[in-house]
Design a protein around this ligand. Structure first.
Ligand code: SF4
Length: 377
């Protein structure tokens, strides 16, 4: 058991949890929503020279400042103009949990319209990875996921995803580390928020800004086939992780309902097209749940299904969720399952997700915070 350091940060009265002070369909454009060229256009419209865009990008993505006031070489009227219309940060940090001896940071944000969003920063000896969210809730409604329980509330904007990344970069830097990897495995299905996901990648990938390499980004999907095909045609060399969780339609449809629309055979055909087009190996994610999808027979079926494919399997022992009945298998069962899959020549890794003590499983921190706020009101 490791120490957990928990900080509840004051929330603004204007955006108290649960209250929607702004109708949720309205959107707020923040600085992080602006690709470089759009920022330049805005500046020129204000009568400012175009080179101010690079100065503002340097402050926002190089020095990682948190207010326009810190952009000291940008004239005050420009800073004030942006401050009034385009906030530098549109989300507030409302809760922070630290565990795994200071190696895992779980952050809970509140958006301008009172929604709660989770981000996790994980420090390893050789890398620092941020797991960002792309939606509030999720429409896929996987049977084992706390995020999916309440359905989808709304998509996050590119800027809201960028802010999670910028904040994690700053936090890593404060800890004398460099953010090296990014996974879109938090709340939401990135391929159901495709336009904002692509815009987000475009912004963080821009060498004039954060310059975050696409090869260090992994998009995780429950298997939205048309978007997997679209992703293969994008210019970004991002990695793809597919949440498989079962080797056949009968079981997978129970765990990942969208399988009814995009069944296993069609999904794997799309994965094959992706690897053929991009030459990139796919990771298949497999949340292992005791008595559900961890028998020897299922492991063999999975091995047969994936044999010969350019792929890797990540076996993720299930994180218990308060409100759901699924359980994690014991260590021996977990290793046995992975070993059977390996017998089919498939590279297989067991990955324990970080921060189990702090409700790191997708959507749990948000759910607990909502319960606490309800109890306190
Ligand atoms: S596991 Fe992912 S895709 Fe499934 S409901 Fe949760 S967030 Fe959505």
């Amino acid at each position: 058991m490791t120490d957990i350091i928990e900080t509840n940060l004051p929330t603004s009265a204007a955006v108290s949890p649960g209250s929607r002070v702004v109708p949720r369909r309205k959107r707020l454009t923040g600085f992080h929503d602006l690709p470089f060229d759009e920022l330049k256009e805005r500046l020129v419209e204000m009568g400012a020279p175009a080179y101010r865009a690079q100065q503002m990008f340097d402050w926002a993505y190089g020095k990682l400042v948190t207010s326009y006031d810190e952009m000291t070489n940008v004239p005050a009227p420009i800073r004030e103009g942006f401050g009034e219309t385009t906030p530098l940060q549109t989300m507030k940090l409302v809760r922070e949990l630290v565990t795994d001896n200071g190696d895992t940071y779980k952050l809970l944000y509140q958006t301008f319209d009172g929604q709660l969003v989770e981000t996790v920063l994980m420090l390893y000896p050789d890398r620092a990875t941020v797991c960002v969210s792309c939606q509030v809730g999720c429409a896929v409604e996987c049977a084992f996921c706390a995020t999916g329980l309440g359905g989808l509330t709304r998509n996050l904007t590119a800027g809201e995803i960028v802010q999670q990344t910028v904040d994690a970069t700053r936090r890593a830097r404060q800890l004398d580390r460099q953010l090296t990897n990014l996974v879109m495995m938090g709340m939401g299905e990135p391929l159901q928020n495709y336009a904002e996901t692509m815009k987000f990648i475009n912004i963080i990938h821009d060498p004039r800004g954060l310059n975050f390499g696409a090869r260090r980004i992994t998009i995780s999907t429950s298997g939205i086939i048309p978007r997997i095909d679209a992703l293969a045609d994008e210019p970004y060399q991002v990695n793809l992780a597919v949440s498989l969780h079962a080797p056949n339609d009968e079981l997978r449809s129970r765990l990942v309902p969208i399988n009814g629309r995009y069944p296993v055979e069609d999904l794997l055909a799309a994965c094959d097209r992706f690897t053929q087009k991009t030459g990139r190996r796919i990771s298949f994610e497999y949340a292992l749940m005791n008595g559900i999808n961890n028998s020897d027979e299922i492991a063999r079926e999975l091995g047969q299904l994936l044999r010969g494919r350019l792929c890797h399997v990540n076996v993720i022992p299930f994180n218990p969720v308060d409100v759901l009945k699924f359980e994690r298998p014991n260590a021996e069962m977990i290793e046995r399952f992975a070993e059977i899959v390996r017998e089919y020549g498939i590279p297989t890794t067991v990955r324990y997700s970080r921060g189990v003590e702090i409700a790191a499983a997708c959507g749990q921190l948000r759910a607990r915070h909502q319960q606490m706020e309800k109890a306190a009101s």
